[in-house]
Design a protein around this ligand. Structure first.
Ligand code: 3HC
Ligand code: NAI
Length: 699
């Protein structure tokens, strides 16, 4: 709950708000601030007040943990603090350090003045939690910063740095030296200058571009399809122009409360905590030693190897790139260069920075040359025998302390560790996603023998590479790809039963997936999984239903975008999928051969049949301990597979739907189709009326 203290510096009363780690407004804190404010008002020796955060100085806003549980009735809230500040006869200056976000900024906006240290960031990130600011931010910010700046900050949630915030009129001064000294000096100047002391609420919002709302609305319709909060933010800022201040604040609050009660907000708040929980790994703590990774090598310069090398270069870590095929290495270097040149051309990166990063990637022609690096990532073809051979050679050439990781998508990393017994504490999986330099997800595959030090080192490295690292256990496909199998299986069945690629893709993008599965297949290349299916054909149970649609496409050389045709066709140089009657005919043939009577299939059935297998396999993965938490599975699917963040991830979405409903649907589908055996954990939770979140809480 924290507290607040009042100290005097001459005529300036300094209120310090203390609620570690980020001074969030937990129950009890607003009451403490009100009490200190009242004391400062009552003390005749105090002529001005400074409000600042203790610790690192952050004001992270409302306590997100307190949402969803009733606020104690007797306790004042932030919305009692704000008018008390505005009523203060003595000028109040907010002194901001670190992050000033959400309700923290709203409190600062109610002060007469705001000053900040140079590295401070100010923002209204509430939209990322599924609601607009709810303590007057949408009404005060346009009055201080102008409508255009405020709208962008509130709708996108992106914070401004101190210099930009001062430029926009949000801050009155940026302090380079000691913040407290600067704040006291500033407050003394205000005492000397005398009243009146300005309040944001008394100003008129300045609108320069009358088209801004229409343009933003249009942008949101494309970018935030299916979501309420971004549009709600826009509506609140519009209100600032339409209604008098107090009415505007009331309207904002009503919209805030409506959004706060939504499934979207519950999902996004879940993701906020899931992103923080995923960093917590049993057996790894602050005391676990972490090795410095100062150089790395990547073996195999194909699609993945080149992207992984780029990740290291982007993080400023020198990396050697090796391929047994000199032409492949040459192609990789050209692709890396062209990727950087594209970023320079789009203004994302300076030309000199791009050259410096390219300079960090050193092509090498033999495996012996990886010697001396701290970490080697193997990214050769997905073949066990080949990987084993590469691991044996690496073991003999690498430094004793070096870590060897495999980027395998499916193979048994325990077996790879077993190949190099002396080093098995320093072997694990680092499963990047394609394109590796873009996708944020990294599955860190924990072998049975990996040491805590190696795991901690790779998790820290993941953060340095800008990735969200999720620990996964060893199994076929780890977390993400293992779940994907049931999803793609249903796509094949639905096609045979009557849905077209467009219908399947639109049903799932309508649900919120970033791309539909047929378009994803065409993008990734249908030949990759085809080769795998052919290699594993002998393992398939011939009595189980199998869709031959994807195989047939590949037999025609339709590998997806790279061959100009897959589930869709593509004009040369274009990535736009065009429905192809040839594919419809092929699917109809396959259906006829298997004696399936085709029918119209609605979007709801498509969504249910594609997504419930994810939940079911997710439940098994959780039960087996392959994922540490259900919320880790959510992080995997949001960051690696385009599952909508605002639905909270696969497992959270299932919780929201109700596990009894999911279980009943799976059982019903299982009455007429193969592959619908409910996972034991799902059955148990459904019968007990529990959720995946309950499992996480109990862990
Ligand atoms: N409420 C509750 N807990 C919070 C919190 C908040 N607003 N902000 C951070 N925390 C917790 C985190 O969960 C984490 O807890 P843990 O150690 O138990 O996992 C701890 O504080 C430290 O947080 P981070 O690991 O995220 O620390 P960083 O230094 O990386 O980041 C930060 C700090 C930028 C402040 C980041 O935590 C953040 O973005 N916080 C959320 C800010 C936000 O969205 N504020 C708006 C809240 S809603 C609101 O104010 C409504 C109002 O309009 C009425
Ligand atoms: P790729 O076929 O594009 O590249 C593999 C490269 O390895 C080729 O350039 C080949 O010449 C090289 N190679 C083969 N044997 C070698 C050896 N002995 N020494 C050095 N180089 C050798 O394959 P891709 O797609 O990059 O996959 C690599 C690994 O990454 C596989 O294990 C795959 O399962 C995994 N992966 C692939 C993803 C994808 O989307 N393509 C995603 C995540 C992981």
């Amino acid at each position: 709950m924290g507290g607040a203290s009042l100290e005097r510096e001459g005529a300036v009363g300094v209120i310090t708000i203390d609620n570690p780690p980020v001074n969030a407004m937990s129950p009890g804190l607003p009451g403490a601030i009100l009490a200190r404010l009242a004391e400062a008002q009552a003390d005749d020796a105090v002529e001005a007040v400074v409000l600042r955060g203790g610790g690192k100085g952050a004001f992270a806003g409302a306590d997100i943990r307190s949402f969803g549980t009733p606020w104690p009735e007797s306790e004042p809230t932030l919305r009692d603090v704000i008018p008390a500040i505005e009523r203060s006869a003595k000028p109040v200056t907010a002194a901001l350090a670190g992050y000033c976000l959400g309700g923290g900024l709203e409190m600062a906006l109610s002060c007469h003045y705001r000053i900040a240290s140079r590295k401070t960031q100010v923002g209204q990130p509430e939209v990322a939690l599924g609601f607009p600011p709810g303590a007057g931010g949408t009404q005060r910010l346009p009055r201080l910063a102008g409508v255009e700046t405020a709208l962008a900050m509130i709708v996108d949630g992106t914070p401004l740095g101190a210099a930009e915030a001062a430029e926009a009129g949000i801050l009155d001064r940026v302090i380079d030296g000691d913040l407290l000294e600067g704040a006291v000096a500033f407050a003394q100047e205000r005492i000397a200058a005398g009243a009146p002391h300005p309040l944001a609420r008394d100003r008129t919002p300045l609108l320069k571009d009358p088209e801004i709302f229409a343009a933003t609305r249009e942008r949101l319709e494309r970018r935030a399809r299916g979501q309420r909060a971004p549009i709600a933010c826009l509506e609140c800022v519009e209100v600032a122009l339409e209604l008098p201040f107090d009415e505007g604040v009331r309207r904002e609050r009503a919209i805030f409360e409506e959004c706060m009660a939504s499934a979207e907000s519950r999902a996004l708040r879940h993701v906020f905590f899931a992103e923080r929980a995923v960093r917590k790994v049993p057996g790894i703590g602050k005391e676990t030693p972490v090795r410095a990774i100062e150089s790395a090598a990547v073996v195999g310069a194909g699609t993945m190897g080149r992207g992984i090398a780029t990740c290291f270069a982007n993080a400023g870590i020198p990396v050697r790139l090796m391929d047994s095929d000199p032409l492949a290495l040459e192609r990789a270097l050209a692709a890396i260069r062209s990727d950087y040149e594209g970023r320079v051309a789009r203004g994302r990166l300076g030309a000199a920075d791009a050259e410096a990063r390219i300079g960090l990637i050193e092509p090498i022609e033999s495996l012996e040359r990886v010697a001396g690096t701290d970490l080697v990532i193997e990214a050769v073809f997905e073949e066990m025998a080949l990987k084993e051979e590469v691991f044996r050679t690496l073991d003999s050439v690498c430094d004793e302390g070096a870590i060897i990781a495999s980027n395998t998508s499916y193979l048994d990393v325990n077996r790879l560790a077993g190949i190099v017994p002396r080093r098995r504490g320093r072997v694990l999986g680092m499963h990047f996603f394609s394109p590796a330099q873009v996708m944020r997800l990294l599955e860190v595959v924990r072998t049975d023998s990996v040491s805590p030090e190696t795991l901690a080192t790779v998790l820290a490295l993941g953060r340095r590479l800008g990735k969200i690292a999720v620990v996964a256990g060893v199994c076929h496909g780890f977390i993400g790809n293992r779940m994907l199998e049931g999803y793609t299986r249903q796509v094949g069945f639905l096609l045979e039963e009557g849905a077209s690629p467009v219908e399947i893709d639109s049903a799932l993008t309508g649900f919120g997936m970033a791309m539909g599965p047929c378009a994803v297949g065409d993008l990734a290349g249908l030949d990759v999984s085809w080769r795998k299916r052919k290699a594993n054909a002998h393992l398939r149970d011939p009595s189980e239903r199998y869709s031959a649609v994807a195989d047939r496409l590949c037999e025609l050389g339709r590998f997806g975008q790279k061959t100009g045709a897959g589930y869709y066709r593509y004009e040369p140089g274009s990535r736009t999928p065009i429905p192809d009657p040839e594919v419809d005919a092929l699917i109809a043939d396959v259906a006829a051969e298997t004696g399936i009577n085709r029918r119209a299939i609605g979007a709801d059935e498509i969504v249910e049949r594609c997504l419930y297998p994810l939940v079911n396999e997710g439940a098994r993965i959780l039960d087996e301990g392959i994922a540490l938490r259900a919320s880790d599975i959510d992080i995997v699917w949001i960051n690696g597979y385009g599952f909508p963040r605002w639905r909270g991830g696969v497992m959270r979405w299932a919780d929201e739907t109700g596990l009894d409903a999911v279980h009943a649907a799976i059982a019903r589908l299982g009455e007429s189709q193969d592959h619908w055996e409910p996972a034991p954990l799902l059955s148990r939770l459904a019968s007990e009326g529990k959720s995946f979140a309950d499992v996480d809480r109990a862990a």
